[in-house]
Design a protein around this ligand. Structure first.
Ligand code: ZN
Length: 142
C-alpha cells in the first residue's frame, strides 16, 4: 500500500457537551448519523467514569482489550469519523490519567461512560473515506 492523501474541504463545525453517563464512542457516532456527517475530525476534553481501550497486536492481527474501572481524566483524544459498513465510525486514540497523574491509553472502544465530555467536531466534505479491509494490517482502513 502506497502513501495516499485526499483533499478535504471544511464543512460544518459543531461543539457540544455529551450527557453524563452516555457512551463516549456511541454518542459521537449517533450524533454523526443523525446529522449526516460522513467524515470529520474530532477532539474531546473531559473525564470518564471508567475506561475501555485496546492495543493492536501486530503479529496476531487482533486487538487486545485493556481498561480500568477507575475514574480518569481524558487527557488526550484525537480521532476521526468515516463510514464503515455504511455507518459513521469513530476511530480515536485516547490517553487517560489517574489521580496520581500516571497515564494509560490506546485505541478507544465503546464502554467509556462519560463524566464530562466537551466535543469539537469538524466536518470534512468533498471526499469519500469508506473503510475497507487491509490485507497487510488486518484492519479496516481508508
Ligand atoms: Zn486505532
Amino acid at each position: 500500500m502506497a502513501t495516499r492523501f485526499w483533499e478535504a474541504r471544511p464543512g460544518r463545525t459543531f461543539v457540544g457537551r455529551l450527557a453524563t453517563g452516555s457512551d463516549l464512542v456511541q454518542e459521537i457516532e449517533r450524533f454523526c448519523a443523525e446529522n449526516d456527517i460522513r467524515a470529520a475530525w474530532v477532539s474531546v476534553v473531559g473525564a470518564v467514569q471508567r475506561s475501555a481501550f485496546a492495543y493492536y497486536d501486530q503479529e496476531a492481527l487482533r486487538y487486545v482489550e485493556v481498561g480500568s474501572d477507575e475514574h480518569r481524566e481524558l487527557s488526550g483524544f484525537v480521532g476521526n469519523v468515516s463510514p464503515k459498513d455504511g455507518k459513521p465510525f469513530l476511530h480515536a486514540h485516547a490517553t487517560f490519567s489517574s489521580r496520581e497523574g500516571d497515564t494509560v491509553g490506546g485505541h478507544l472502544l465503546p464502554g467509556n461512560p462519560v463524566w464530562v465530555a466537551e466535543v469539537t467536531l469538524r466536518e470534512m466534505t468533498g471526499l469519500e473515506l469508506e473503510r475497507t479491509p487491509d490485507e497487510i494490517t488486518g484492519l479496516a482502513l481508508w
